[in-house]
Design a protein around this ligand. Structure first.
Ligand code: PLP
Length: 397
């Protein structure tokens, strides 16, 4: 079968291989604790579901404006005003079919063949594929544990070229949980001041999954004068346990938003009408409904730090946000490889061993661009985390 050349820009998915392994193990009756997925284990709060049911009853089941119904765009504007102190006009905000879709629309709208996009590693892997599908070139900037897994002004400066068109900032980060502070963003902006042609993509998807008390800021809070060169992307998926509803949203200059809407009109059209009404209830309902979930994430994070990190050569820089522990397993890998227990001195071999011997599925750090690590999601019940911790301790001892 002849497929387009574009398809070859998509990298083979390691995660699909892991999912196939999990399915095989389950088929022969083995128990697998899956800490690989980036999806909240909580149910969508009831008032949000009720709003969707009411929307169906009221007949909101038809096409809507491509960018979302005016009530949703208004709820997005209010959210930015209330939670972020940012004021946007209706023409600057739009909704898409999930956070990923907003980001994809953005890359499609601004990249020409060969344009470079700075992607700090560890990164959410989809950035690379979305850039490649948009004919761009991802420029991976390794940001190791020593720099807190965060882009520094020096690293940024060293990777800029005349072809750089976008810098990606994702805070709190999937997978590291690192959060950029005001001073760090300001320091990055001082480099970007010299390159006004570069866009900044601020992916704030995990804004509300705060594992510590900190005041969330994005680049526009620090540099309001960056409005004409920044897109803020966010969504209801992670904060409101709404991954399946597929609503993301963005705020950007009106001209860019119009271009993204034009593009969206030719692929998906509007995001699902019913989901839009659910998202309105989520955003307008405020943050009280999500507090029990963030409290649980904080407890689970604490549990893993207390019980897993520090044992068997597993080191970690505390996450500040999101629901992942990004652990340095280099020492465990070296020891287990020297003992002949894993086939190669890699995090892939290590994670494959954890799955086959311990029944615990986690994601190798190399999937996120930093080798000798594993990402462990704690969007799983305390009981599962306790079982997984015991299993990891047992097989890595
Ligand atoms: N940004 C980051 C950093 C993510 O981890 C994800 C999902 O995993 C998204 C954006 C997109 O979220 P969704 O498309 O599920 O709304």
């Amino acid at each position: 079968m002849r497929l387009s050349k574009r398809m070859s820009s998509l990298r083979p998915a390691i995660l699909s291989a892991t999912l196939a392994d999990i399915a095989r193990m389950k088929a022969v009756g083995k128990t697998v604790i899956n800490l690989g997925i980036g999806e909240s284990d909580f149910d969508t709060p009831q008032h949000i579901k009720d709003a969707a049911i009411r929307a169906i009853a009221a007949g909101h089941t038809k096409y809507t404006p491509v960018e979302g119904v005016p009530e949703l765009r208004r709820a997005i504007i209010d959210k930015f005003e209330r939670e972020n102190g940012l004021t946007f006009e209706i023409g600057e905000v739009m909704a898409s079919c999930g956070g990923k879709h907003n980001i994809y629309n953005f890359f499609q709208a601004v990249l020409n063949p060969g344009d470079e996009v700075i992607v700090p590693a560890p990164y959410w892997p989809s950035f690379l594929d979305m850039v490649a599908l948009s004919d761009g070139v991802p420029v991976i900037v390794p940001c190791p544990m020593a720099v807190g897994y965060k882009l520094t002004p020096a690293l940024l400066d060293a990777h800029l070229t005349p072809r750089t068109r976008v810098v990606v900032l994702n805070s709190p980060s999937n997978p590291s949980g690192a959060v950029y502070g005001r001073d760090e963003l300001d320091a990055l902006a001082q480099v970007l001041d010299r390159h006004p042609e570069i866009w900044i993509l601020s992916d704030d998807m995990y804004e509300h999954i705060a594992l510590e008390d900190f005041r969330f800021v994005n680049i526009l809070n620090v540099r309001p004068d960056y409005r004409e060169r920044t897109i803020v992307c966010n969504g209801v998926s992670k904060a409101y346990a709404m991954t399946g509803w597929r609503i993301g949203y963005s705020a950007a200059p009106a001209k860019l938003t119009a271009a993204m809407a034009n593009l969206q009109s030719q692929n998906t059209s509007n995001p699902a009408a019913v989901s839009q009404y659910a998202a309105i209830a989520a955003l307008d309902g405020g943050l009280d409904a999500i507090r029990p979930m963030t409290d649980a994430f904080r407890q689970r994070h604490r549990y893993l730090l207390d019980n897993l990190v520090g044992t068997c050569g597993i080191a970690n820089l505390r996450a500040k946000g999101a629901f992942y522990v990004f652990a340095d397993v280099g020492a465990a890998i070296d020891r287990m490889y020297a003992q002949g227990r894993i086939a190669a001195p890699t995090d892939l071999a290590f994670c494959t061993y954890l799955l086959s011997e311990g029944g615990v599925a986690v994601v190798p750090g190399s999937v996120f661009g930093i080798d000798r690590h594993m990402r462990l999601s704690f969007a799983a019940s305390q009981e599962k985390l306790a079982q997984a911790t015991q299993a990891i301790q047992r097989v890595c001892a």
